[in-house]
Structure formats: structure tokens, C-alpha cells
Design a protein around this ligand. Structure first.
Ligand SMILES: Cc1cc2nc3c(=O)[nH]c(=O)nc-3n(C[C@H](O)[C@H](O)[C@H](O)COP(=O)(O)OP(=O)(O)OC[C@H]3O[C@@H](n4cnc5c(N)ncnc54)[C@H](O)[C@@H]3O)c2cc1C
Length: 507
């Protein structure tokens, strides 16, 4: 008994659980002990099992969007090879231990908190990027960060389509879409995956592609968090042909109604080049405007300033307070210039962040003003005054060039060109403040949705969901697609092992 109590303590259980657990997957201390004992000799010498009393424990629990997001772990397995992943999943499967795969730590849906104790499979040691023979694809480890792939490929004058923030993994955004500055040229990140080496819930390892387990490959691209652990993947890569020009324009809030029609017009212009992206934020900058948030708008063009100038002219005509331009920005520096680098505000860890994404067909200036009023009120509250409102128009040419039925990704994701997402930041774990943050997020989202026609779907990008959204809101409304997705969930993960990231119900 003494041994079991001690074991329970270092596993973070505090006391022994009841003999029959309330949750079917809640691990019992003796199961965890047996699992760890079975696993240790099977792991490679590149792996480590880390327990709560170990010095590395606290560091391995650091994550984005915390303490709002707090998956319950008893053990961390830092896998060092793809075989380690398979062994860990096999042992977890045999002993009935739940697990959660962690790469960039920036998952921010509260469904992650449903992990009922268990194993963190930490993928960060699988972080290599290798350009394949022929230079058309790269093999990328399942735990690679965008920071790492960008630099590795840049050394070969190549780039891959990932997300935006350097601190986020390659695989996390990809499995739900992957929005980025390259999507107008090459589609979403998931449109660029050629094959994936995965480990299924029962520990089976296989390769999924359009020619191997094609139905699983379909599901991985849009709802991948629900199907397998990706140990490595082949991604399409592209030659870098030019540096970038990036304009930063600051508007005061009075320009909101003038600016939005310009964005709508430029976004959908038939002459818009694929190499052009638009994005912006509402944010508080008291030295510029003590009373209201300002609009900080970014226009990026893969080319020189002389070429870019014509696309910026309509935005200058709106009358910004200031305009600045960064020229000759290489692909690595682009992340810093656009404030998506490791040290950016966006990449802060150990701070609550909450999204409440709304995908939109156009900017509606009337509802934008209402949303702005809510955002103004929220950020006047010192608890939330570092929050921003994302206004993303990265471009849809590459996205709509892909057959929408070729992946499980919601059709809405390929149709709506705009992501409006309040990113609400606050510190601490006060219940009232947490509730206020969710309420503000939902109020802003519903304000955006109020501008939609009755027959337009209410869609939230699955990777910007905070955990309160419905299944169809994230995964789509087409009956054939949702039926197929649920059927594949039942076939590939019948025991719902992967159920902690915006879960797909099994048919
Ligand atoms: C600061 C910030 C910036 C963001 N920027 C972008 C962006 O530019 N573009 C965009 O599209 N989205 C972006 N997002 C959303 C992002 O796509 C999701 O939050 C994503 O889940 C983060 O992945 P991660 O690996 O960093 O986080 P993690 O918390 O490590 O992983 C999230 C989930 O992905 C799954 N997972 C992780 N690794 C694996 C693996 N190897 N195999 C299988 N499943 C795995 C697990 O279910 C895990 O719970 C951003 C979010 C934040 C908070």
C-alpha cells in the first residue's frame, strides 16, 4: 500500500483513485506504473520518461494559453524516434492509459482539458527537416516548429506552406487547415502534404497518402487531430524566388467604415496577384490613441517596392496616421517584420489566450462597428487590454484551386476569405475573469455572424475554436462530408483515443 501511495503521489494523483474509475479512460495508479515499467526498456536511447518529481517536469508543462488550457498529465514521454511513438502508443493502448500528443504547445481549445490524467507524448525531439532528392518535397518530423522548418529550408533557398507563428508546430495548424502568408499561392498547409507516417490508436504504424490508406489521408487533412499521431510527413516545398515588401499602416478608428470596403475590393480584385496578402489587427496603443483601439494593417507582397506600391495605393488613400515600409525582407525575416516570430506577443506562453473565430464572406462595416464597440469596451478593461482583433485576408487563389472534396476540410473554410478572430489575452486563473473572456469572445463572434444572411453558414476555423463550438460549425455542414468523417472516426479510432482536440464523434 505504501508503495502505491508513493507512486500515486509522484504521478500527481494525490491519492489513489477509486477501484472503478468514473471515466472509462481515467488511468489508475497501478495501470500507469505498469505502463511506465513496460515502456521504459522498449524506448530508444533518444527518449526520456519524465515524472512530476523530475527537474524537467515544470518546463515540459509550459504551454501557450495557460492556465486556461491545462491538460492533466501524470507522465511525459519525450519520444526520440518514430519507433518510440509507436511503443508509447502501444503500451498506452494495452494498459488503457489516455495520452495527448504535444508539439508546439499552442493548442487553445478547452477540450484539451478533458484529458483525464495520462501521458503527454512530447514530440519536440522529432524536429528534423530534410530536403528530399529532387528538391520538390521535404521530410519533416512530427514535432517540428515553424521556426525550425523555415530556417532549415531557407538554407536551401526553399520554403514550405506552414502557419504563421514561429512558435507553433508545422503539424498542429496543418491538420486543421493551416492559414498563412503563402496560402494565396499554394493553398492551405494541408493542401501541401504528400504523405504522413502515422501511429494509430492501437499502435499500428502506417503511411497515409493518396495511394495508401487514402480514406485516412482524407480525414487527416481537416480533422487530423482526431485520427492518429503523425510521426513524420512529406511536404511539398517551393523555390524562393524573391524577397518581400511589407507595408504597415496605422489608422485611427474613425477610418473603419472607409477601410473595410477597400479591403473587400482589393481582396476580391481579379487583378490581385497571388503574391499579395492582407492582414490586420485592432489593438490598443495608448500613445497613438488613448481612448480607442487603433487599426494596424499589414500588406505583404513577394516582390520589390516598385511592384508593390500600386497595391498599397488604395489603402494609403484611406488616410492612415502613419505608413512605413520594410523592403528586401527575406523569408526568415518576414516572420519578424510581421510580428510572428518566437519573441512576438502572439507567442507568449503561460498566459491565457482565447480565440472565437468567425469566418466571413466580406467585411460588413455596420456589424464591424458594433464588434469594434464591444472590443473597445473589453480592452478598456485592464484585464484584457493586450487583446487584439485579427482581420485576416490572406487570399484564396491557392485555396480554391484545390478540389474541396479531396480533403475532409470544411467547405466553408475554402469559401470564406476572411477570418475575424478576437484573440483575448489575460493573466491568472480567476473564475470570473475567465467567464468574462469567454463572454466577450462569443459576443464579438455573434456580432460578426449577425451580418450574415440566413442561408449563410456560421463557420469557425477549427484551429481558432475555443471549445464551445458545435461539430458542424468547425467541420462543415454538408451531410455527406460529416457522415464520411464520423464513419472514418468509427473505423480508425473506434475507442475514441484521439478525443481531446475538438472531437469528431464516431458514427
Ligand atoms: C499563438 C498562436 C498562433 C497561431 N498561429 C496560427 C497560424 O499562423 N495559422 C494557423 O492556421 N493556425 C494558427 N494557430 C492555431 C493553431 O493552428 C492551433 O492552435 C494548433 O493546434 C497549434 O498546434 P501546436 O502544435 O502548436 O500545439 P499543441 O498544443 O502542441 O498541439 C495541438 C494539438 O495538435 C495535435 N498534435 C500535435 N502534434 C501532433 C502530432 N505530431 N501528431 C498528431 N497530432 C498532433 C494534438 O491533438 C494537440 O492537442 C495559432 C494559435 C496560437 C495560439
Amino acid at each position: 500500500m505504501h508503495v502505491l501511495v508513493a507512486f500515486a503521489a509522484w504521478l500527481g494523483l494525490g491519492s489513489l483513485p477509486a477501484p472503478v474509475s468514473a471515466h472509462p479512460l481515467t488511468p489508475r495508479a497501478e495501470d500507469l506504473k505498469a505502463a511506465c515499467a513496460a515502456l521504459e526498456p522498449q524506448l530508444s536511447n533518444k527518449a526520456a520518461i519524465v515524472y512530476p518529481h523530475d527537474p524537467d517536469w515544470a518546463e515540459l508543462l509550459v504551454r501557450g494559453s495557460s492556465p486556461r488550457i491545462y491538460p492533466n498529465y501524470n507522465v511525459v514521454v519525450e519520444v526520440g524516434t518514430e519507433g518510440d511513438v509507436q511503443k508509447t502508443v502501444q503500451v498506452a493502448h494495452e494498459h488503457g492509459i489516455p495520452f495527448l500528443t504535444v508539439s508546439g504547445t499552442h493548442g487553445w481549445t478547452k477540450t484539451l482539458n478533458n484529458l483525464p490524467n495520462g501521458i503527454q507524448i512530447n514530440m519536440r525531439r522529432l524536429n528534423t527537416t530534410t530536403v528530399d532528392a529532387g528538391g520538390k518535397t521535404a521530410t519533416v518530423g512530427g514535432g517540428t516548429l515553424q521556426y525550425e522548418i523555415t530556417r532549415e529550408l531557407f538554407a536551401h533557398n526553399k520554403q514550405a506552406v506552414t502557419g504563421l507563428c514561429e512558435c507553433v508546430s508545422v503539424i498542429g495548424p496543418l491538420m486543421g487547415g493551416g492559414h498563412s502568408m503563402l496560402q494565396n499561392q499554394h493553398g492551405f498547409s494541408l493542401d501541401n502534404i504528400v504523405s504522413a507516417n502515422v501511429v494509430l490508436a492501437n499502435g499500428t504504424a502506417l503511411t497515409a497518402s493518396n495511394t495508401s490508406h487514402a480514406d485516412l489521408f482524407w480525414a487527416l487533412r481537416g480533422a487530423g487531430h482526431n485520427f492518429a499521431v503523425v510521426t513524420s510527413m512529406k511536404l511539398a516545398i517551393y523555390d524562393i524566388t524573391s524577397n518581400w515588401t511589407v507595408y504597415s499602416l496605422i489608422y485611427d478608428q474613425s477610418k473603419l467604415e472607409t477601410l473595410l470596403p477597400v479591403i473587400n475590393e482589393q481582396d476580391s480584385s481579379p487583378t490581385r496577384p497571388a503574391k499579395l496578402f492582407f492582414t490586420g489587427v485592432w489593438t490598443r496603443v495608448p500613445p497613438i490613441d488613448a481612448k480607442y483601439p487603433i487599426i494596424a494593417y499589414t500588406i505583404g507582397y513577394e516582390g520589390n517596392e516598385a511592384e508593390a506600391a500600386q497595391y498599397v495605393a488604395p489603402f494609403k488613400a484611406v488616410g492612415p496616421i502613419s505608413t512605413s515600409v520594410s523592403t528586401d525582407v527575406d523569408y526568415v525575416a518576414l516572420y519578424t517584420v510581421t510580428q510572428n516570430n518566437l519573441n512576438s506577443t502572439a507567442c507568449r506562453a503561460n498566459l491565457n489566450a482565447l480565440g472565437a473565430g468567425a469566418s466571413l464572406p466580406v467585411w460588413n462595416a455596420t456589424v464591424a462597428r458594433k464588434a469594434f464597440e464591444v472590443f473597445t469596451k473589453m480592452t478598456a478593461d485592464t484585464r484584457f487590454n493586450t487583446s487584439v482583433m485579427l482581420m485576416e485576408n490572406y487570399g484564396m487563389q491557392g485555396v480554391t484551386a484545390v478540389n474541396p472534396n479531396s480533403t475532409s476540410l470544411s467547405l466553408d473554410e475554402r469559401v470564406y476569405p476572411i477570418v475575424a478572430n478576437p484573440t483575448i489575452w489575460w493573466a491568472g486563473n480567476d473564475t470570473r475573469t475567465n467567464a468574462d473572456a469567454y463572454a466577450y469572445g462569443e459576443q464579438i463572434r455573434q456580432t460578426w455572424f449577425s451580418g450574415l444572411a440566413k442561408d449563410q453558414t456560421r463557420h469557425t476555423y477549427v484551429n481558432y475554436a475555443n471549445g464551445v463550438e458545435g461539430f458542424e460549425q468547425m467541420y462543415g455542414y454538408e451531410p455527406w462530408r460529416t457522415k464520411k468523417l464520423k464513419g472514418l472516426k468509427g473505423a480508425w479510432d473506434p475507442k475514441k483515443t484521439f478525443e481531446y482536440y475538438n472531437p469528431v464523434p464516431a458514427a
